[in-house]
Design a protein around this ligand. Structure first.
Ligand code: BG6
Length: 479
């Protein structure tokens, strides 16, 4: 089958409609915009109880970008027209759990919200677009954080399964690819976004207990496999896992740099896909758990669940490569992790190092490890685009970034990697998940809004729109 070309977004970064149809508040609705003061680091903040209280009782001037997104629901028909005009084969969408079950625990789902999502999925399908569904992309009903402490509580597995069942019953006919969690490794780096864990200000260090983090991750692994087990009985779809890919390079041929690289890659990335695509906890985690006093509680049946419900494909997001050094060196930011600076690469304004060859390396490494098809579920260039007079956006830098990455993807395929699809992240501009800025744009369609929610939210095609459209058309013709 020909590789698919598409786009992607996430409910809390795109939708808006914070209270539409009695949506319940979720974790992403609680994140308040704070101006970035340090260009080299991401401003993902780890929320405390006090932050949640403030989100529930905002002060004048507080702005919560996740509540507004890029006003996607208000522009949905127009946006679907853009996607259709681009000619994309596939669209990655996420559903906000708290629209379907506002507190996560209602007996019955919210019918209005179901109808709304049903309508969107139907319209996409009518345009000939395949659906990749992320059942959840960071947005967790806040009530489950307050009542159960987030994913560290096993209770969430059952509630998640109940939510998944409703989605499969109602939307099964529309779904082509299903992935239970966006970037399953997020909880390790950003326990609030990934797992709904609150930071304890009185706790030394990170403010988290590593045992809570691994309990949360284990529960998400179990939830993933249970959802896949259920989905395989109910749907004719393909089921995947997805992780943020870091593409680590050792700083030098010093064996200690290489050893550190191996260890970082294992704990930060491979662990997650080794469990979900490989079917078991990998050997190297035993040492990590021992060294860090972590004890993961396996219930009877967990091992079988992991073993019997592995992913059909391995999805990954790729924005930059990262460098590991065994000694302290100058650092730069990246997606979720901080990297040693790579002297061979340039970076964007946020410090993320641009490395097209890294995508080829990553595709090869992932395919080699699991022998399962890979999917690039997120990629594009974060840039503060400028809207010029006449509503023109000359994003040649993004065109260059995409061209270079597409070329390397093709080379990876030529290497023999089986690649299902490429999904351009935030194809219609969305709010950044890390910094909550609207100005960190990835899309080929511009949304006229600033970091504080000022603007018309009107859509304009960027120069990259025509580039991507032509590229997809040529891809189709070349088969
Ligand atoms: C991924 C997330 O980590 O990176 C997305 O799945 C996010 O939600 C993307 O938007 C880019 O990161 P950021 O912080 O620039 O939005």
């Amino acid at each position: 089958m020909r590789m698919l070309w598409g786009g992607a977004s996430a409910s809390s970064q795109y939708e808006g409609g914070f209270t539409l149809f009695d949506k319940g508040m979720d974790t992403q609705d609680c994140r308040r915009y704070i101006k970035r003061t340090d260009n080299a680091t991401t401003s993902t903040r780890l929320l405390t109880k006090a932050d949640i209280e403030r989100a529930k009782n905002p002060k004048d001037g507080d702005f919560f970008p996740g509540r507004r997104g890029s006003e996607g629901l208000a522009h949905i028909d127009e946006d679907i027209e853009y996607l259709s005009e681009l000619g994309i084969d596939i669209y990655r969408i996420s559903i906000a759990w708290s629209r379907i079950f506002p507190t996560g625990e209602e007996e019955e789902p919210n019918e209005d919200a179901l109808n709304m999502y049903g309508d969107i999925l139907k319209k996409l399908k009518e345009k000939g677009i395949k659906i990749y569904l992320s059942l959840t992309h960071y947005a967790l009903p806040l009530a489950l954080v307050e009542k159960y402490g987030g994913w560290k509580n096993r209770k969430l597995v059952d509630l998640y399964l109940k939510y998944a069942k409703v989605i499969f019953e109602r939307f099964g006919k529309y779904l082509d690819y299903v992935v239970p969690f966006n970037e399953i490794n997020t909880g390790f780096f950003s326990p609030f976004n990934g797992l709904g864990l609150l930071r304890d200000e009185n706790k030394e260090g990170s403010g988290y207990d590593l045992n809570d983090i691994f309990a949360g991750l284990h529960n998400q692994f179990i939830a993933s496999t249970k959802v896949i087990e259920l989905g395989r009985k109910m749907l004719d779809a393909s089921f995947g896992c997805m992780a943020a890919c870091f593409c680590y390079y050792g700083y030098s041929c010093n064996p200690f740099d290489q050893l550190k690289t191996l260890q970082y890659e294992q704990v930060n990335q491979w662990f997650f896909t080794d469990v979900l695509a490989g079917g078991e906890y990998p050997y190297y985690m035993k040492k990590y758990f021992r060294d860090n006093n972590v004890k993961v509680e396996f219930l009877p049946g967990d091992e079988e669940l992991l073993r019997n419900n592995t992913a059909d494909f391995v999805g990954f997001s790729y924005y930059q490569s990262n460098v590991c050094a065994s000694k302290e060196m100058e650092k730069t930011a990246g997606n979720l992790v901080v990297s040693t600076k790579n002297p061979y690469l340039k970076a964007n304004e946020w410090g993320w190092q641009i490395d097209p060859v890294g995508i080829r390396i990553s595709m090869n490494k992932i395919y080699d490890r699991y022998k399962k098809p890979v999917m690039i579920t997120e990629n594009s260039f974060g840039y503060n685009d400028v809207l010029l007079e006449g509503n023109i956006i000359n994003d040649d830098y993004r065109i260059e970034y995409l061209k270079d990455h597409f070329e390397q993807i093709k080379l990876a395929i030529d290497d023999g990697v089986e690649c299902l699809a490429y999904l351009l992240w935030g194809i219609i501009d969305i709010v950044s998940a890390g910094s909550l800025e609207m100005s960190k744009r990835y899309g080929v369609v511009y949304v006229d809004a600033d970091n504080l929610g000022n603007g018309s939210y009107k859509r304009y095609k960027k120069k990259s729109f025509e580039f991507y459209k032509d590229y997809i058309e040529k891809e189709r013709e070349s088969v």
